[in-house]
Every structure is written in structure tokens, then in C-alpha cells.
Design a protein around this ligand. Structure first.
Ligand code: ATP
Ligand code: MG
Length: 464
């Protein structure tokens, strides 16, 4: 089988003028493109689906079907395919019509080869952009927010330094760590700290894609490569181009695909499923897993050679319980962010509550912490976050750590917080009517006014 290495692109030319067609095909081939020429519009159209060109050049005047009709039919099969129209000299009127019919560009005959090359170059770039946007729209719908990697723990400092060190290289990076420790954040940081920052960053969640589809999602497929492959398809390796491809949950890749991936990483080329054309891998690869890959290798679930290939540079994220002194910093940061997002005004965390947060074991790591804060701010809106707002599993600590408050302090704090919440609920219910609040609570009005003053609560704000 003849394999061809071409990063340039596939061009389909349709023109009924055979000598001209052959001349153009030759010229384009010598420019390094992969070219197919057809003198029949119907056959050309069939190739759009079957051969998946990157750009089509079509003649405007053909007896069976004119160029505009052909363009319209091409659009139906492949809306993103840029079409360049060949027009006779002086038919500018037609050229304008052609542009309106969503033709990408036009070339007038007789053409200047430099102009042909320039137009093709732009069309290919346009096509690439379109594919990129399509993928990016999917990839960014995962709510990728720009976020900095927090933590003063020496291990986190070391991670940040390593990110800076590897960002400028093209080396494959393996990010490991338990679930929710920030692997995706690190992958993103490797991308944004390096020269590819303006290029796409795409995430492939290998665990979320069924085994049978994973290969074609990664590498794309040719039309008819398997049942159901009605159209040729671009894969992630192609769409990400020279950006960064983040292979998340790489430990979930089935063994046969592991071999293929190894070859791709070593040879820096890949082939679409069912295709013969070799394409260059231009992307930087970052992989992540929460599995212990060394153990997976021992137990025969992960290829040893792929493991070695991936773990040349490994960034290992510590679980949050091993850096519990970072908890206050994370809490402060996410509290601010969530206040903005949920329109809340929880200004602080009481010392007792912070102690519970700090000493909890966080099996779900930073993600669990963020979710917990979001839950609290959604369902309560305390001025200060106190132990009563925390779920019971944070109170029942496994291995008790030393609390930093006295019993009296703890009791006062709990009572203060609970009391404040209690009266807010009553004020809300009774629309700020202190007489009714007094009746309900069993305290007299003077006492209530004193408490409300201390807490900075104004009954009139609860009216209406
Ligand atoms: N060091 C950190 N500083 C700030 N936020 C962090 C940090 N680590 C993790 N996070 C936040 O925690 C959440 C989970 O992080 P991320 O998705 O990167 O984890 P993960 O390791 O990929 O998890 P999983 O294995 O479950 O996919 C995100 O909201 C992320 O912003
Ligand atoms: Mg992740």
C-alpha cells in the first residue's frame, strides 16, 4: 500500500475542459497537494462524500450541471467544504453571483499559478478554522473557566515550577492524582504557560467515549470505514492541529488502542480509521489518569511501553488531605467566586467551621470542597459560614485533629450562628414584623432588637 505523508490537504477539481483539468491537477500536485480531478460534476459530487476533500475547485460553466448548482449540492453534503469557482475572464457579474451563493472565492481563467496557490492556502486555512471552531464549541461547553492553581504547600509550589519548566517544551506530560486534585487545571496550565497558548486546547475524556468509537474520535475515519460511517470524519488529533490535546482518563483506553496510540506518539503520525493517508501529529499531548498506572501495568491492564512513553514527565498532584493547610486559601478563593456567581454575601468562615473544613479528609479533593461551598451558598446564605452549615460527615471526623477553640467558644459560636439564621428566617416569614417574631420566638421585643442590632440586621429590610 502506498502511504503518503501530506500535511497540505486534499483538493478536488471539477472541470469539463479536460486539457485544462489535467494541467490544473498537475500544477496542484507539484505544489504538494493530494489532488483528484473529475470532468463530470456528478462524479465530482460523489467524491465529496467518498474522498472527503478539504477544498473543491469547480468550473462555473459545465454542460450537465453548472458550477453554482454543483456548489449548492456540495453544500448539502458538506457545509464546511470551501468551494472555489473557476470563471471565464470578464464574467465578474457571475462572480458576484457566485460569491452570494456561498462560494468561498473565485479564480478567473486563464489563471496565474501563484494566485491559485494563495487562494488555496487561504481556503485551507479557512476550512481548518471552521473545523477547529466546531470542536472548540464542544470542548469548551464543559465550562472551562480560567482558573489559577492555588496552594502554598511545597508540593504545589513544586508543581507550579514544573509547569513553567515543561510549558516551553513539546514533551508529552502525564498528570496523575486522585479524582478532583486539579489534573485538568494542570493540563490547561501547561498549555497556557507555553507558546501554544493562542492555539486550541481540547479535552478528550477517554472514559466517556465508548471503546468502539474512541479510535475514530481520536484519529477520525474515512467514509465507509465501518457500518454507520456515512461520512468521513475529522478526529481530535487532526482538529486540535498545533494546539494541546488533553487525553483525560488515559488509563481507561482499551489495550488494542493503547498499541495504536503508542505508535502515534512514537512516529508522530496517524491515519484515519479505514484510510491510507498518513497525517502529521502537530499537537502537544498531555495525558491524565487517576489510576495507579504502575499497578495497572503490573496487572496487565496497561501497556508497559506506553506507560514509559507517557511518564517521561510526570506531574503528581497530592490529595487535599496531605496539604490541609491549603484549605483556608482554597475556601477564601472559592467563597469569593461563588458569592459573585450566586449573588451571595457570605463574607467569612468562622474559625470553628474552618477547622472542620481543614481537618476533613476530602476523598473528592478540591472538587468536593468547591461543590460543598456551592451547595451551602445555594441553600443557606449565611453572613458567616459556621459549623451548623456543614454536613454531618464533616463533624464526624475519622482521625480527630486538635480543635483550636475552647468549648465555650465553640458553643457561643454555634449559638450565635444558629440564632442569627433563626431570626432571619422569622423576619423573612413575618415580613419584618418584630411583634410577631417576638411572639414566635418567646423573647421580648427589646431583647430581639438588641440581637438584631448586634448582627447588623434591620427589620425594615424584610418588609414587602
Ligand atoms: N490547586 C487548585 N487551585 C484551585 N482550584 C483547584 C485546584 N485544584 C483543583 N481545583 C478545582 O477543583 C475542581 C476539580 O479540578 P479538576 O477538574 O482539574 O480535577 P481532576 O483532577 O481533573 O479531577 P477528575 O480526576 O475527577 O477528573 C475544579 O473546579 C478546579 O478548578
Ligand atoms: Mg479531570
Amino acid at each position: 500500500m502506498k502511504e503518503k505523508l501530506q500535511g497540505q490537504g486534499r483538493i478536488l477539481v471539477v472541470d469539463d475542459d479536460r486539457p485544462l483539468l489535467e494541467a490544473l491537477v498537475d500544477a496542484l500536485e507539484s505544489m504538494g497537494y493530494e489532488v483528484r480531478g473529475e470532468s463530470s460534476p456528478a462524479k465530482g459530487l460523489a467524491l465529496v462524500g467518498a474522498w472527503a476533500p478539504d477544498v473543491a475547485i469547480v468550473d462555473q460553466k459545465m454542460p450537465q450541471m453548472d458550477g453554482l448548482e454543483l456548489t449548492a449540492s456540495i453544500r448539502q453534503i458538506c457545509p464546511e467544504l470551501p468551494v472555489i469557482m473557476l470563471t471565464g475572464f470578464g464574467t465578474i457579474q457571475d462572480a458576484v453571483r457566485a460569491m452570494r451563493a456561498s462560494v468561498y472565492d473565485y479564480l478567473t481563467k486563464p489563471f496565474d499559478l501563484a494566485e491559485v496557490e494563495l487562494t488555496l492556502h487561504r481556503a485551507l486555512e479557512h476550512r481548518r478554522q471552521l473545523q477547529r471552531y466546531k470542536f472548540l464549541a464542544e470542548a469548551t461547553s464543559r465550562g472551562a473557566e480560567n482558573q489559577w492553581l492555588l496552594g502554598d504547600d511545597p508540593k504545589m509550589r513544586a508543581i507550579r515550577e514544573s509547569i513553567q519548566a515543561v510549558a516551553g517544551t513539546d514533551s508529552t506530560v502525564l498528570v496523575t492524582g486522585e479524582s478532583g486534585t486539579g489534573k485538568e487545571l494542570v493540563a490547561k496550565a501547561v498549555h497556557t504557560a507555553g507558546p501554544r497558548r493562542e492555539k486550541p486546547f481540547m479535552v478528550v475524556d477517554c472514559a466517556a467515549i465508548p471503546d468502539t468509537l474512541l479510535e475514530s474520535e481520536l484519529f477520525g475515519h474515512a467514509k465507509g470505514a465501518f457500518t454507520g460511517a456515512h461520512q468521513a470524519k475529522t478526529g481530535y488529533f487532526e482538529a486540535v492541529a498545533d494546539g494541546t490535546l488533553f487525553l483525560d482518563e488515559i488509563g481507561e483506553i482499551p489495550l488494542p488502542l493503547q498499541s495504536k496510540l503508542l505508535r502515534v506518539l512514537e512516529e508522530k503520525t496517524f491515519v484515519r480509521v479505514g484510510d491510507t493517508r498518513r497525517r502529521l501529529v502537530e499537537a502537544r499531548i498531555v495525558a491524565a489518569t487517576n489510576r495507579d498506572l504502575a499497578r495497572e501495568v503490573e496487572e496487565g491492564r496497561f501497556r508497559k511501553d506506553l506507560y514509559y512513553r507517557l511518564h517521561v514527565i510526570e506531574l503528581h498532584l497530592p490529595p487535599l488531605r496531605e496539604r490541609s493547610n491549603d484549605v483556608p486559601q482554597l475556601v477564601d478563593h472559592y467563597l469569593k467566586q461563588l458569592n459573585r456567581k450566586l449573588n451571595r454575601r457570605t463574607a467569612e468562615v468562622s474559625p470553628a467551621a474552618m477547622e472542620l473544613l481543614r481537618s476533613y479528609s476530602w476523598p473528592g479533593n478540591v472538587r468536593e470542597l468547591v461543590h460543598l461551598l456551592e451547595h451551602i451558598l445555594t441553600f443557606h446564605h449565611p453572613q458567616a459560614l459556621a459549623p451548623i452549615h456543614l454536613p454531618s460527615h464533616l463533624h464526624h471526623r475519622g482521625k480527630a485533629t486538635l480543635p483550636r477553640v475552647t468549648y465555650a467558644e465553640l458553643k457561643d459560636e454555634l449559638l450565635e450562628e444558629a440564632g442569627r439564621e433563626y431570626f432571619i428566617a422569622l423576619l423573612e416569614h413575618y415580613g419584618g414584623n418584630v411583634t410577631l417574631v417576638a411572639k414566635h420566638s418567646g423573647l421580648n421585643r427589646r431583647h430581639i432588637h438588641r440581637l438584631l442590632f448586634k448582627w447588623g440586621l434591620d427589620p425594615s429590610e424584610f418588609r414587602g
